[in-house]
Design a binder for this molecule. Structure first.
Ligand code: ATP
Length: 510
């Protein structure tokens, strides 16, 4: 299956099994906006809970808040978003499609990297055990040529971005002969900056109204509450404030499903530290956050770090954790050392002193900040994509199964009476009533047991309980495990204990 086919399958499966719907579908949808359906919302809530517990409950010095989406407009002046939250965009005049100029260039560079990798792989096969990768890369004429092309283009690209030189960015796209994937032509407009913030008016009369922005990140809600939380929580540096919430960006989008949405959700934590200690904490959080991703049970090679060449105006170090999505390795989380930029800027714009008196140093300072910022939707997409498996079974049939980590699965337990008569259905409802306080259960009595198992596999339910005529006699049920499809007979009273352990966050957090 190609990546493109796989991508289409995930989208189709998400719709068919109630994970993700296109927003306003009956009106032909709204581009890059999605709704979470009955199973999707459960998975999403579980991901958020897992993050919240791992950040807030697992650290004595981290607390959470939930700030409003609307904020005083000056917030966005102070943060730099009004002036600088831009993407460079370029339009193809024939297809009328809009692209991010930086993304076109990044993709071009990845293609050169792929070519180098292919040459290296071929040579590695040819030379076998004696192969010296570094030596080959530095001496093979073809690879050397690719590498020097890559380096010179990359240098020009980074310089153009750093200097905000839009004319040279366009010239690079022309020089690299990049064509529009839709029209195939190189008939490009100039590159222009495009502000990503959505704005609206607050106030009933237009003359009184002021421009209000839908927040493009949740972080600023934390910064403007820094003093309140520090004082009321009697927090001592180093400490963190976490938040989960919606963010909005008017993204220039090319079909990327949950990866790039106009309305999405972030899980962010700002960690306030002594000036000069930020890079130590940056390394700490870099390692901690990668560990968190690994705890989800997805193979480690699906993740890698990407160190930024071009730092944002506020940062003195930045790294992305990238995940291998169906369209390649892309950012799932950013870890940024934001210096004292945000708090100092809010101090300046608000006229309020935002400082911390450090009793150990006996001095006051504006704290430095290390931020961890992860997208809920990209995490959801990564888990769903990895969980999706098509399996050929021994009897020749096939099944689609979502191998979602059990603690995150939307439905934990399906209760399936073999037939809906002879009292089996009543007993099934009773088991449901007993266990509903502990787990999200589903009761299903329609169709053959085989079909019901398939339905549960397709939404990732880790455990199915079948109630049959023997249950009436000896109080035992069949429990079936999703991943192995093995079954065993257990007493009804044992269900709760047996599965609780496998569903507990504790095992994963530890
Ligand atoms: P990108 O370079 O992909 O546009 P970014 O660097 O602008 O991402 P950040 O501002 O660092 O992203 O946001 C932190 C996290 O929020 C990202 O790692 C990502 O998981 C998530 N995120 C950002 N933009 C979107 C979006 N449009 N749709 C879904 N998730 C997003």
């Amino acid at each position: 299956m190609t990546q493109e086919e796989f991508f289409k399958k995930i989208i189709a499966h998400s719709k068919e099994y109630g994970f993700i719907f296109q927003s306003s579908e009956i009106y032909d949808g709204l581009s890059a906006v999605y709704d979470y359906a009955q199973n999707g919302v459960e998975l999403k809530n579980n991901i958020k809970q897992y993050w919240w517990k791992s950040m807030v409950y697992m650290h004595e010095n981290i607390v959470g808040i939930d700030s409003a989406i609307f904020m005083h407009p000056t917030t966005w002046k102070a943060s730099g978003h009004v002036d600088a939250f831009n993407d460079p965009m370029i339009d193809n005049k024939d297809s009328k499609k809009r692209y991010r100029a930086d993304v076109l260039m990044e993709e071009y560079l990845v293609k050169i990297e792929d070519k180098i990798e292919k040459e290296v792989e071929k040579a590695a096969k040819r030379f076998g055990e004696t192969f010296d990768r570094e030596m080959y890369i530095s001496t093979n004429p073809r690879v050397v040529e690719y590498k020097s092309k890559y380096d010179s283009i990359k240098e020009r690209f980074v310089t153009a971005l750093t200097n905000n030189d839009l004319a040279d960015l366009k010239q690079l796209i022309v020089d690299c002969e990049i064509a529009c994937p839709i029209s195939g032509t190189r008939n490009w407009t100039d590159v222009r900056q495009f502000n990503l913030m959505f704005s609206t008016q607050m106030g009933s009369l237009s003359e009184e109204a002021s421009t209000i922005y839908l927040r493009p990140e949740t972080a600023q809600g934390i910064f403007v509450n820094y003093l309140n939380v520090q004082k009321t929580g009697r927090m001592k540096i180093p400490f963190g404030i976490a938040q989960i919430g919606k963010a909005f960006r008017n993204e220039i989008v090319a079909r990327q499903f949950l990866f790039r949405m106009k309305e999405f959700e972030q899980m962010e934590m700002q960690f306030f530290v002594r000036p000069g200690e930020e890079l130590k904490w940056f390394e700490y959080w870099k390692a901690e956050r990668l560990k968190w991703h690994h705890s989800l049970g997805i193979p480690k090679e699906k993740y890698k770090f990407y160190i930024h060449d071009k730092l944002a105006h506020y940062a003195n170090a930045a790294v992305d954790i990238e995940f291998e999505f169906p369209f390649g390795f892309k950012e799932i989380e950013g870890i940024h050392s934001r210096t004292d930029f945000d708090l100092s800027s809010h101090q300046k714009f608000s006229g309020k002193k935002i400082q911390y008196f450090d009793p150990e140093l006996n001095e006051s300072y504006v704290p430095y900040v290390v931020e961890t910022s992860i997208g809920v939707d990209r995490t959801f997409f990564s888990i769903l994509g990895y969980a999706y498996n098509e399996e050929k079974l021994e009897d020749g049939t096939e099944r689609v199964v979502l191998k979602i980590p059990p603690m995150l699965a939307p439905v934990k337990l399906a209760i399936l009476p073999l037939v809906n008569k002879d009292g089996l259905d009543e007993l099934g409802h009773k088991v449901f009533s007993d266990l509903k306080y502990d787990f999200n259960c589903q009761y299903d009595e329609k169709d053959s047991i085989g079909k019901r198992y398939r339905r549960q596999d397709a939404i990732g339910t880790p455990f199915c309980i079948t109630i049959d005529h023997d249950t009436l006699k000896d109080n035992t049920v069949t429990i079936r495990y999703r991943d192995t499809m093995t079954q065993e007979r257990i007493n009804i009273e044992k269900i709760k204990d047996l599965i609780s352990d496998k569903l507990s966050f504790k095992t994963f957090l530890k």
